[in-house]
Ligand binder design. Structure first.
Ligand code: GTP
Ligand code: SPV
Ligand code: MN
Length: 591
């Protein structure tokens, strides 16, 4: 399959370490994929769903101890602890290699070692990068075939180069005590053991395209971000691109595929999806920032996805999709999850494979759910009805606006614009959000999650902030404008005050108008907030007072916020860029 000496050497090492009975190169062909699907169904690893209703679709259940990313077991193994920084778990590379090799040694015995050569980004694009994942899991292979570009062409494009990422995955015993997700950015290496869940094992995704790539971007002068990318077409047919960073399970997939409200659709507004989770961005020849989506599919949150909330995501899952940890509707051999529709299935198995009793379902108690709150679909991007024609082109799209956001019941207004690039970097660095089921641990706790990259930055976050500031200096007046949004403001009873989903388009329009200097704003201590009349409420059952209430910047809350940001900044010590310290002082003074 390859003559690349660096590849051959590493694969030999892996074979010796893992001692598989057989080795199989994955070539991306339909025939090989079909044979693997068959094998996985025979062994019970996957369940074939109703092929008339859901052709090429399968259900998989992970071990109940293994349903989300594990941040406390994720390590950045750089030579020095300082290079990993205060927000990452760190271990010296030699020590971690030794530990992981001891865990993985002999673990493929009696099994097949699958070798998956993949490209993150369109194969051969100057913005793309190559990886090779070895795994003992057919489920992982089949997911990688959807989420990345797998083809013998990947190895051709790589040639004899050593610029590729080594990805070792071994399920071992799915033992949480010995579960480790480790990145070695200096060696372009990832090792994941004792897990079978998405972000822990589809190593092209968070491990490579964010943790390793963010480090590469820092060294090579580009950016790898936890961002969706969408194109917004106006009635004149002009398309402007927006990249948006929200923490896990905070609305990226939904925003990336939104359907504009009817009155805007009638005027000719459209949204095109480029990506729903990750953006790689470089400065183009014209000095603007260009983004590609390095992925080839969507690994989306199932619960809450329905025809109304996200028609395009649901449509994407109708063919060639793998569902993980959703409920199995036995009445017609399809899938179900909370929020799909109001018809609770009466003959279904829950995500653990046990008979589910809808009578015991209690909305407020997640343990009674049929689907795991972090259950997911792995769907081919090409299925998406609104996929952009730029998606598969390697050139990338020029970004007009960068948007940060999170889940904040109070404090953050619906939308505001930062006062400058530096101020925007400050806004991103101070971002906070309530935690979700996407990672193991408590849910609903507010934590600082700078640029939605807290679990994904592969180096010292203070250096990462500096890298953002440096990129802004290079971009100069061609830099995208930076905004912050919050779809999740609630009333005192916990009800969302903003309708969200497709109606978020109303906010995107204001954002693009601001980029073109067309919309007014009020200057506040934190940035520019829209005049209430500039957020179009046509056809919406919302009164002006409610809108005004979610646009307010409360002085007391923000004074408290500033104190908390100061506390958050202390972690970074002297490494915190001075510009950010100044930005914090400016905020305090303005308040
Ligand atoms: P990851 O794949 O984990 O990175 O998540 P994501 O950022 O793509 O989040 P996703 O779009 O899957 O949304 C997660 C949850 O937030 C789902 O339950 C959605 O229904 C909900 N959600 C998304 N957008 C909105 C919104 O505008 N308003 C409200 N209230 N909920 C939303
Ligand atoms: C996230 O948690 O941000 C995800 C899902 O996109 S995972 O692939 O598990 O990281
Ligand atoms: Mn994500």
């Amino acid at each position: 399959m390859t003559k690349n000496p660096t590849v051959i050497k590493w694969l030999e090492e892996m074979k010796e370490l893992l001692t598989p009975d057989q080795v199989m190169w994955i070539d991306g062909s339909d025939a090989q994929r079909d044979a693997l699907r068959k094998e996985a169904c025979e062994s019970g690893e996957m369940i074939e769903l109703n092929q008339e209703l859901l052709p090429g679709c399968y259900l998989h259940r992970t071990n109940p101890n293994d349903v989300a990313r594990v941040e406390d077991r994720t390590f950045i193994c750089t030579s020095t602890k300082e290079d990993a920084g205060p927000t990452n778990n760190w271990c010296a590379p030699e020590e971690m290699y030794k530990k992981l090799y001891n865990i993985a040694r002999g673990s493929y015995k009696g099994e097949t070692m699958y070798i998956v050569p993949f490209s993150m980004g369109p194969i051969g694009s100057p913005l793309a990068k190559v990886g090779i994942e070895v795994t003992d899991s057919i489920y992982v292979v089949l997911n990688m075939l959807i989420m990345t570009r797998v083809s013998p062409k990947v190895m051709e494009v790589l040639g004899d180069s050593n610029d590729w990422v080594r990805c070792l995955h071994s399920r071992c015993d799915i033992d949480p005590e010995y579960r480790y997700i480790c990145q070695f950015p200096e060696d372009n290496t990832i090792i994941s053991v004792n897990s079978g869940y998405g972000g822990n094992v589809l190593l092209g995704k968070k491990c490579f395209a964010l943790r390793i790539a963010s480090y590469q971007g820092w060294k090579e002068g580009w950016m790898a971000e936890h961002m969706l990318i969408l194109g917004l077409e106006n009635p004149k047919g002009e398309v402007k691109y927006i990249a948006a960073a929200f923490p896990s399970a905070c609305g990226k997939t939904n925003l990336a595929m939104l359907i504009p409200p009817e009155y805007l659709r009638k005027k000719g507004y459209k949204v095109w999806t480029i990506g729903d989770d990750i953006a790689w961005m470089r400065i183009g020849e014209d000095g603007r920032l260009y983004a590609i989506n390095p992925e080839n599919g969507f690994f989306g949150v199932a619960p809450g996805t329905n025809e109304k909330s996200n028609f395009n995501a649901l449509a994407s899952t109708k063919e060639g999709t793998i569902f993980t940890n959703v409920a199995h509707d036995l009445s017609n051999n399809t899938v179900w999850w909370e929020g799909l529709n109001k018809d609770l299935p009466t003959n279904a198995n829950d995500w653990k494979g046990n008979k589910w009793d809808p009578a015991k379902f209690d909305k407020a108690d997640k343990t009674t759910c049929a689907a795991n709150p972090n259950s997911r679909f792995t769907a081919p991007a090409k299925n998406c009805p609104c996929i952009s024609e730029e998606f598969d082109k390697g050139a990338g799209v020029p970004i007009s606006a960068i948007v940060f956001g999170g889940r904040r019941a109070k404090t953050a207004p619906l939308v505001y614009q930062s006062k400058s690039w530096e101020n925007g970097v400050f806004v991103g660095s101070a971002m906070a959000s309530e935690t979700t089921a996407a990672a193991a641990g408590a849910v609903g706790v507010v934590r600082r999650d700078p640029m939605a990259m807290l679990p994904f930055c592969g180096y010292n976050m203070a250096d990462y902030f500096q890298h953002w500031l440096d990129m802004g200096k290079k971009l100069g007046d061609k830099a995208p404008k930076i905004f912050n949004v919050n779809w999740f403001r609630t009333d005192d009873d916990g009800n969302f005050l903003w309708p969200g989903f497709g109606d978020n388009m109303r906010v995107l329009n204001w954002i693009l108008d601001r980029c073109e200097g067309k919309a007014e704003a009020t200057e506040t201590a934190i940035g520019y907030v829209p005049m209430p009349e500039d957020i179009d409420l046509t056809d919406l059952d919302m009164d002006m007072d409610t809108l005004k209430s979610i646009l307010t910047v409360d002085k007391d809350m923000w004074t408290k916020e500033a104190t908390e940001i100061e506390e958050h900044y202390k972690k970074f010590g002297d490494k915190l860029p001075n510009e950010l310290r100044e930005q914090l002082e400016n905020l305090k003074a303005a308040l």
